[in-house]
Design a protein around this ligand. Structure first.
Ligand code: AMP
Ligand code: MN
Ligand code: MN
Ligand code: MN
Length: 276
């Protein structure tokens, strides 16, 4: 089966490698079809495509859009989008818009917990100041010796009920799917097991997603356990959704899964790339 890896991040959002370095790593790892999907931002696409072309790697322009659905943060991946589409670009700019003020509030909350200088510290890790996010704060907290690893930070800080958590309103589901489709792309629910949803809520999310024109769901992702591959393969079958596969690679020292390293999709599922 084709080694497709359709989810990863560069320094343009919260990854640690450049788009070109990711392309080279994907190629070296045996990826046949690769997408860059930075959070809420398309500025890495041109470099990624150039670098993929240079090493003979098939490239898909992607993006991972942050949305708020029913009070919860959910991520929608757009694949095969035209990165020049004005509505998509304007939509992403609106989603990014609140990140700086949110970052200041995160820093204020961390200061109340005795951790000072977090805004400036996190900014040092943000390759793109418009995309300041929790991962950059997590790297600052590791650098400051507060916790040993980024994964460990997310158990004690920056999540609901812990210091540095600031609730935030992102885009709307219907808008995000609409922008992706309007730009010629296919919308995919990212890492569906990572949301704190009951089965009923999960099915309502999938219904709303399909009604908006969404077509796919990640089944095999670096953010799922092998048991979750199976349970979301069943969800994909039942809901009639296309299946996607992607490492969600953020960097060599931080990610569970390297580019191109995951098991294949169950063979009866229809891959999101079936007609590409
Ligand atoms: P933000 O969009 O600023 O809320 O940041 C979300 C990012 O934080 C995700 O894309 C992940 O890269 C990272 N993240 C969230 N939860 C975890 C976790 N438990 N472990 C590691 N990284 C996480
Ligand atoms: Mn991320
Ligand atoms: Mn995500
Ligand atoms: Mn991601």
């Amino acid at each position: 089966m084709l080694n497709a890896d359709l989810h990863c991040h560069s320094i343009v959002s919260d990854g640690t490698l450049t788009p070109a370095a990711l392309a080279q790593r994907a190629k070296a790892n045996g990826v046949d079809l690769w997408a860059l999907t930075d959070h809420d931002e398309l500025d890495g696409i041109a470099e990624a495509r150039r670098a993929a072309d240079a090493v003979g790697l098939r490239f898909i322009a992607g993006v991972e859009i942050s949305i708020t659905w029913s009070g919860k943060t959910v991520h929608i991946v757009g694949l095969g989008v035209d990165e020049h589409n004005p509505e998509l670009r304007a939509g992403l700019a609106s989603v990014r818009g609140g990140r700086e003020s949110r970052g200041r509030e995160i820093a204020e909350d961390l200061a109340r917990a005795g951790i000072h200088g977090a805004f400036e510290g996190a900014m040092q890790h943000a390759g793109n100041p418009e995309m300041l996010g929790r991962t950059h704060f997590a790297r600052f907290l590791v650098e400051s010796g507060v916790r040993p690893t980024v994964a460990d930070v997310f158990k004690h800080y920056l999540v609901e009920g812990k210091p540095g958590f600031v609730p935030h309103r992102w885009g709307a589901l219907e808008q995000a799917v609409g922008w992706i489709r309007g730009a010629g792309g296919r919308a995919v629910i990212a890492h569906p097991a990572r949301y704190a949803l009951t089965e009923l809520q999960r099915d309502a999310l999938i219904d709303a997603f399909k009604e908006s024109g969404g077509e796919g769901i990640e089944v095999v992702t670096g953010s799922h356990t092998p048991e979750e591959y199976d349970s979301f393969a069943r969800v994909a079958r039942r809901a009639g959704l296309l299946a996607s596969r992607g490492s969600d690679f953020h960097g060599v020292t931080e990610s569970g899964a390297d580019l191109g390293s995951l098991p294949p999709l169950p063979s009866d599922l229809k891959p999101v790339w079936h007609d590409w």
